[in-house]
Design a protein around this ligand. Structure first.
Ligand code: PAF
Length: 258
């Protein structure tokens, strides 16, 4: 049985009852769980004595109120999935539990967070880093798992854990893709039928041998609104819009592409 915890106090009691030698894996999510989340959860279960998954649609990381309103919320289906995966604990707090300070305190990074996702979405990473810091402080896991689809987020969380000497291992997990190559994302369900058919071209072009500029032009010619295609430290990152839906992806660059 997956035990559901909705308050910080309840979790803290359970956490203090875990033995010192018990390892605890943590997968933070915003719900609308898909096979990408399942792969993080399975990895956590295989590497730890206990696993806790949080579900919290974090309002402070949405720079666009419509995006927050549209974000899929599927709590009972999510709980069924956690049950099937045999997750020990589901932590599902409300806003007040996580933000008793009303977001007067925040974690800000002033370098990597100002590029790529940070450029088009001002304040986004302040919200992400703040909620992840809060969740890690509440859950106190041994290991925490992040999907490589959000590679910039993974790097920022990892560097935050190092900068603040946090006692947690931050582990990246490979992006899970649909059979047509589209990276799994909770936002994919919001795509219209036509846009869903067009979407795999994004991953295909990112993975091609073309330059970032060529990829950008070809995506624009195919009806994508391109936010950025950027090569950075051996990876190619991209963000596009299809209709109102924002998709992001990234891949490791092959040696011969610069
Ligand atoms: O990747 C996500 O789903 C979110 O950014 C996270 C890490 C759960 C923080 O809200």
């Amino acid at each position: 049985m997956t035990r559901i915890i909705r308050t910080v106090e309840e979790w803290q009691i359970l956490r203090s009852e875990l033995k010192y030698s018990d390892t605890l894996g943590f997968v933070p999510t915003m719900g609308a769980l898909h096979a990408g989340h399942a792969s993080l959860i399975k990895r956590s279960i295989s590497e730890n004595g206990y696993t806790v998954v949080s579900i919290f649609v974090n309002p402070t990381q949405f720079n666009n109120p419509d995006d927050l309103k549209r974000y899929p919320r599927t709590e009972s289906e999510d709980l069924n999935q956690l049950e099937k995966l045999q997750v020990d604990y589901a932590f599902i707090p409300d806003y007040q539990s996580i933000y008793p300070d009303d977001f007067y305190y925040k974690v800000t990074e002033n370098n990597l967070s100002l590029t790529m996702e940070g450029t088009g979405r001002p304040g986004h990473f302040d919200g992400v880093l703040t909620v992840v810091m809060k969740l890690l402080n509440i859950i106190r896991p041994t290991r925490s798992y992040f999907g490589e689809k959000d590679y910039q987020q993974y790097m920022l969380v990892k560097k935050m854990s190092e900068a603040f000497f946090m006692n947690v291992e931050v582990i990246p997990c490979p992006t899970v893709r649909d059979s047509d190559g589209l990276a799994l994302s909770s936002r994919n369900v919001l795509l219209s039928k036509e846009d869903r058919q067009r979407a795999p071209l994004f991953a295909q072009l990112l993975q091609s041998d073309k330059t970032a500029e060529q990829v950008k032009v070809e995506l624009q010619q195919s009806g994508f609104a391109v936010d950025y295609i950027t090569d950075f430290e051996g990876r190619r990152y991209g963000a596009v819009y299809l209709g109102k839906v924002r998709l992001i992806d990234n891949i490791e660059l092959k040696q011969n592409v610069s």
